[in-house]
Ligand binder design. Structure first.
Ligand code: ASP
Length: 583
């Protein structure tokens, strides 16, 4: 038997038992006499004491970090005063009777401490197999497996069928760039890797599967800013004869089950906010509601003011608690940041005793305007008030960004605070020639009350709401979904509004449109990022901490060397010639 016990499970109750354990040398203390090893396996570490006088078949003093050992020895209580209360095995040690070197190891290129924050990420990823030995990576990947299992159980319990959709497909319209795979059998033709299972899950609904789910790999060739990876795992679902409320109920239950399995407590009720309200109150479609500092409309407080900069479509402010003592250079930095975000300027006001405002523009405001601002924002002495005036969307966006800069707690603080954002606009913007650009994918149903607005043109189109909804946790967009269009006439109308002519529609989604001619049930669905959910649960700011083999920010894998050139034969078979990089 390789082992009778796992190292991290040995306790005082095992005293006087002979155990066989195996693992890596996590640490060694060698003072010339007995040698202490912390032996690590997946379950944790235990201290092993080796007396070189007794164990003579190997040179114990040569054994280094990360060597792989098997120890047969007796568990005994640690001598008084040497108990380590921080370690689950800290009351005991294993006195070795035999020591077998199962494998030697070169010294690791970086210390395998609890967290790897101090180690260069490229180095960590180049030796990810070592990095994975660190306790935080072990914990995160195990948590991930627990989350996946809980999501599966939750869905299967609700009658959902797990179905794998293909990886080599035609393009999916999620709005990102496709990763493409050249076809050897049809040179010059390409598969796209799925940006999501969207089209297939809709076909499954036409196919009568009724309730589908999958923990699906999705690939999007987009810039890797922030918490994005080229490939990511998505909990993906679709259901027939169902609408927004049904989908939200199932998704909430699945997320809650996963959260409860990991933390012991369910997620709790999920508050709901409309997109329009989220933009007004938080300046974001993914509000972090763990803290206040909400955007406050100051239009009434400054109505009729003589201060020209406040003669704007929107005048709004936030109150930063206790920040009145910010230095002048900090405040100048905030002004620059606001301008960088597109504001014409930023007004700051320090709230002094007696609610007096200290600000370069205070003298341009009347007494009642100043007190109106303080009252509207609920500001008190010691607070800092920041005001932006301008076009409404821009004003909201600038203040929303400043609110996050100044108030956002670390992701691990304050528990998980989820929020549904509903009634997203159908179109997010207009092209130069006035065509609407879809906010979600082009199969999203307009809001039931807004069908009448579909005939509008120009900016008015941006008022059309959709039946699309997002789930946000701690300010991260976890996922989104929508009620789909199942009526061919409506789909044709939306395509024509988007400027997708019949020919293009046929070429890109002809198979879906054709399927819809054969009795598509009303259906709706959702998808969320499993990487993000696990990162939130693990309290990690970066999803790379919960992915076994992630890519770097530049999309490279330092471990395998991907991406890399392919050889001439392979290129020839694929009918490809690589042009030299433009210089
Ligand atoms: N396919 C969508 C996405 O990946 C989610 C959905 O609408 O179900 O974002």
């Amino acid at each position: 038997m390789m082992r009778t016990h796992e190292a991290g499970t040995i306790r005082a109750e095992h005293a006087d038992t002979e155990v066989t354990i195996a693992g890596w040398v996590a640490a060694r203390r060698d003072h010339g006499g007995v040698v202490f090893f912390d032996l690590r396996d997946a379950s944790g570490v235990v201290q092993v004491v080796v007396d070189p006088e007794q164990i003579t078949d190997d040179d114990v003093h040569h054994i280094g970090r990360e060597w792989v050992l098997q120890i047969i020895g007796t568990v005994r209580p640690r001598p008084a005063g040497t108990v380590n209360a921080d370690l689950p095995t800290g009351e005991v040690e294993v006195a070795a009777r035999t020591l077998t070197v199962l494998n030697r190891a070169e010294p690791p290129p970086f210390p395998l401490s609890e967290r790897g924050d101090d180690v260069d990420e490229v180095l960590r990823l180049k030796h990810r197999y070592l990095d994975l030995r660190r306790p935080s990576m072990q914990r995160n990947l195990r948590m991930r497996s627990t989350v996946n299992a809980a999501l599966r159980t939750a869905m299967i319990d609700r009658g959902f069928v797990e179905i794998e959709t293909p990886m080599l497909i035609a393009s999916t319209p999620e709005g990102a760039r496709d990763f493409v795979v050249p076809s050897r059998l049809s040179p010059g033709e390409f598969y796209a890797l799925p940006q999501s299972p969207q089209l297939f899950k809709q076909l499954l609904m036409v196919g009568g599967l009724d309730r589908y789910f999958q923990i699906a790999r999705c690939l999007r060739d987009e810039d890797l800013r922030g918490n994005r990876q080229f490939e990511f795992m998505q909990y993906d679902m679709e259901m027939s004869f169902a609408g927004q409320a049904d989908v939200m109920e199932v998704v909430a239950a699945a997320v809650s089950t996963a959260v409860e399995t990991v933390t012991g407590a369910p997620l709790g009720t999920i508050a709901e906010v409309t997109w329009a309200e989220a933009m007004e109150r938080y300046g974001s479609d993914k509000p972090d509601t763990r803290f206040g500092m909400e955007l406050t409309d100051l239009a009434d407080a400054v109505a009729g003011t003589e201060f020209k900069a406040f003669h704007a479509a929107a005048v709004k402010g936030i109150c930063v608690p206790g920040a009145a003592d910010s230095s002048r250079s900090t405040l100048d930095g905030l002004v620059d940041r606001a301008k960088g975000l597109g504001a014409a300027g930023l007004v700051w006001m320090r709230v002094k005793a007696g609610n007096e405002l200290e600000s370069p523009i205070a003298k341009f405001l009347s007494e009642s305007e100043r007190s109106g601002i303080v009252t509207a924002l609920g500001a008190a002495a010691g607070d800092l008030v920041l005001i932006v005036a301008g076009e409404r969307r821009r004003t909201n966006a600038v203040l929303g960004a400043l609110r996050l800069d100044l108030g956002r707690p670390p992701v691990s603080e304050g528990g998980l605070v989820p929020l549904w954002v509903v009634d997203f606009p159908l179109f997010e913007a207009l092209t130069d020639d006035g065509r609407p650009i879809p906010a979600h994918h082009p199969f999203t149903q307009p809001h039931v009350d807004d069908f009448g607005l579909l005939g509008a043109t120009g900016e008015a189109l941006l008022e059309v709401r959709s039946q699309a909804y997002d789930l946000v946790i701690n300010g991260w967009e976890l996922g989104s979904g929508s009620v789909r269009i199942h009526q061919p006439e409506l789909q044709a109308q939306i395509f024509s509004m988007l400027g997708i002519d019949d020919e293009t529609a046929q070429a890109r989604f002809g198979f879906l449109l054709e399927a819809f001619r054969y009795g598509a049930p009303p259906h709706a669905g959702f998808a969320f990022g499993v990487d993000r959910l696990v990162a939130l649960l693990a309290g990690e700011e970066s999803i790379r901490e919960v992915i076994a083999f992630p890519k770097t920010q530049s999309g490279a894998d330092p471990l395998t060397g991907a991406p890399s050139p392919i050889d001439a034969t392979q290129l020839r078979e694929l009918g490809l010639t690589v042009k030299p990089r433009p210089t």
